[in-house]
Structures are given as structure tokens and as C-alpha cells.
Design a protein around this ligand. Structure first.
Ligand SMILES: [Zn+2]
Length: 351
């Protein structure tokens, strides 16, 4: 993204889109009193988050026994109820489906490739499904501190071992097919990128026409195979992000607020919720709703407007798809593919 002389002035920035991840599939119900378990509680949590200012809901689903659901029928049930309760909210289904170990001694792992493909067939259709690009280590233990997990199931060494070795699976053969299926179903991918090499792979896919839609990205700074917390890495990622993309910052633990505060100042977007942290910046427990409220307060302090749900849909370009590589590159404000015989940087066409 280009930063011009006036890019940090809030009136020139897109309004702030707040994603919330309030379901926290890695936690068990006893880990916090802010973990909705029954279907009613899960739907009510979406309503509360919406009322607090979140416009994108990152969805995982629990079974009645509190375990993360791996059944697509359960997702369908919840999506139908969410469409009634928060009709305009952008519903973003987490592409792992669920990654919690089934029992002690089990590995933490994402649902298998074929099951994850089934997310393209969810009904009612969600607005988005998150998509990782390239298989990566997803060691969520690396950046978590003792304070982050105090009083939770994560103090169990067997569980720590299970999460340390977790992988986010997305081989090229899988993600190319998955993007194709989501596109065909009219579901927008929300790309979850842990570093620049994943962004580069995604750009190559766009240049080859594998994906021809709006480019909505989460910069996933959770360490353990993904980016860490060096602000310069986040800034470089923002610098390398195409001008026409929408970039959201996601991290974990007590880093969520400082990283998101930088994001708000820069004109980027934020993600909060108990999937990312049980704690506020003061080290005390903070509910998903309290985390949203804090983002709204920080945005106000910086004079950055918070997007309404209609505005968030416009910023994310929900429902938009393009027909060609050229149109996509133009809309994303990327330079065109190199015409044969042209030297130097290919020039954008003047409309
Ligand atoms: Zn998730």
C-alpha cells in the first residue's frame, strides 16, 4: 500500500472494520466465563458483538457438550440462526473447522482436506471462509505466556504439546481447488497470511487467474511459523499489500491491543475476541465484547470512524467477483502482467 502525505489523516482512511472471533475453539468451557456453549448462547454472543461495533463475525461452532463441532450440519444450523439474529453481519467461517484435540494425547489438527472443501457447500451460504495459503507450522504456544494461559486448560502439558506441533495445512493442490470451489459458490475467501512468502504466492495465483475477486487479508502475527511481533514486519507487509486490498491485523495475547492500535492509526483494520486473547492489555480478563468496545474507544480517540455493517460490506466488497486477470489486477490496483516485449515496470492503463 502506498502511504501518501495525507494517508494518516483519519478522514482519508477507510472506516474501521472490526472482526471478532468470540468462539475460541481452542478453549474448553471452563477456561473463561465468556465462552458461549449452547446454540442460544453462541447466537446471543454474535448479537452482543454486533451491538458493540463488530461487523465481521469469525465463526466456529460448539456441540452441546462444549466440544468444537466438526459437523457441517451444526455449522448450517448456526449460520441459519445467525442470519436471522444478525442479518447483515459479515459471517466468516473459520477454515480450520475446528482444531482442538479430541482427547488428551491427541494431536491438535485441522479438519482434513476433503472435509474443509465441504465449507464451500455450507447452507445458508456464509459471506466468507478463511483460507490459509501454503502449509505452515501453527505453533500457537510459542508466543503465549504463562499469564495468557493461567487458569485454563492450556496449563496441561499434554495439550501444550499437542498445540505446539499443530500445522495449518494448505498444499497448492488443495488451496487452488478450494479457492475455485468457494468462488463457484459465491463465498469470498478471507486469506489468512502468516508472512510475505504467503502473500507472494497469493499474488502469483492472482496473476495467473486462479483467483479473480476482492483481496481481503488477515496478517496473522501469532509466531510459531507465522509472523511475530516486530512492528517493522507488519509495516513491510502493509507496504507490500496491493493498494486495492483490505488488510486486517490479527495477533494474540496482550499484543492484540498495541498491534491493533497501530493498525487503526495506519488506516488498517483489526481483529479481536477470545480466540486471540482472554486478556486485555492490563493483564485482566477481557470479554470479546469488552475488546470490541476498546477498539471503538481507541478509534474515536484517533478520530477514525467505525464502519457500519453496510459500510463494512462495501469495504470488503462482499458479493463482488471479477471476470478476468486484467480486471482483477486493475481493481486491486496492482501493475498489469508484463506484456511481451515490454521492459521495466508494466504501466497501469488509464481508464
Ligand atoms: Zn478461528
Amino acid at each position: 500500500m502506498h502511504f501518501m502525505d495525507d494517508s494518516l489523516l483519519p478522514e482519508n482512511q477507510e472506516k474501521l472494520v472490526i472482526q471478532v472471533a468470540p468462539y475460541g475453539p481452542q478453549w474448553i468451557p471452563g477456561d473463561s466465563d465468556d465462552i458461549p456453549v449452547t446454540m442460544d448462547e453462541q447466537v446471543q454472543k454474535a448479537v452482543d458483538c454486533y451491538n458493540a461495533g463488530a461487523t465481521v463475525l469469525h465463526v466456529h461452532v460448539r456441540e452441546e457438550d462444549g466440544k468444537g463441532s466438526k459437523r457441517l450440519s451444526k455449522f448450517n444450523e448456526m449460520l441459519a440462526l445467525l442470519r436471522e439474529a444478525v442479518p447483515k453481519m459479515i459471517l466468516q467461517v473459520g477454515g480450520s473447522i475446528s482444531f482442538a484435540p479430541e482427547s488428551d494425547g491427541e494431536m491438535a489438527r485441522w479438519a482434513n482436506d476433503d472435509t474443509r472443501h465441504m465449507l464451500a457447500e455450507l447452507s445458508p451460504r456464509p459471506d466468507q471462509v478463511t483460507v490459509a495459503i501454503n502449509t505452515g507450522q501453527m505453533n500457537v504456544m510459542e508466543l503465549l505466556t504463562e499469564a495468557d494461559i493461567a487458569g485454563t486448560s492450556f496449563m496441561n502439558p499434554a495439550l501444550q504439546a499437542a498445540y505446539r506441533d499443530m500445522i495449518s495445512p494448505s498444499n497448492p493442490s488443495w488451496h487452488v481447488e478450494h479457492i475455485r470451489r468457494l468462488f463457484a459458490a459465491g463465498i469470498q475467501p478471507q486469506f489468512m497470511l502468516g508472512n510475505l512468502t504467503q502473500l507472494e504466492t497469493l499474488e502469483r495465483l492472482i496473476r495467473k487467474g486462479v483467483y479473480t475477486g476482492p483481496l481481503n487479508l488477515n496478517y496473522v502475527a501469532i509466531g510459531g511459523g507465522a509472523a511475530g511481533l516486530h512492528p517493522a514486519d507488519m509495516l513491510e507487509f502493509a507496504r507490500r499489500t496491493p493498494d486495492g486490498a483490505v488488510l486486517t491485523i490479527e495477533t494474540l495475547g496482550r499484543n492484540v491491543v498495541p498491534m491493533n492500535t497501530m493498525a487503526i492509526a495506519l488506516g488498517l483494520h483489526v481483529r479481536v475476541g477470545i480466540e486471540d486473547t482472554l486478556l486485555g492489555p492490563d493483564g485482566k480478563r477481557a470479554t470479546s465484547v469488552q475488546q470490541i468496545e476498546q477498539m471503538v474507544r481507541i478509534a474515536r480517540e484517533l478520530n477514525r470512524d467505525v464502519a457500519s455493517v453496510e459500510e463494512a460490506r462495501g469495504i470488503y466488497q462482499i458479493g463482488t467477483q471479477w471476470k478476468s486477470v486484467e480486471e482483477t489486477l486493475d481493481k486491486l490496483r496492482m501493475v498489469p502482467n508484463r506484456p511481451t516485449d515490454q521492459r521495466g515496470v508494466p504501466a497501469r492503463k488509464v481508464a
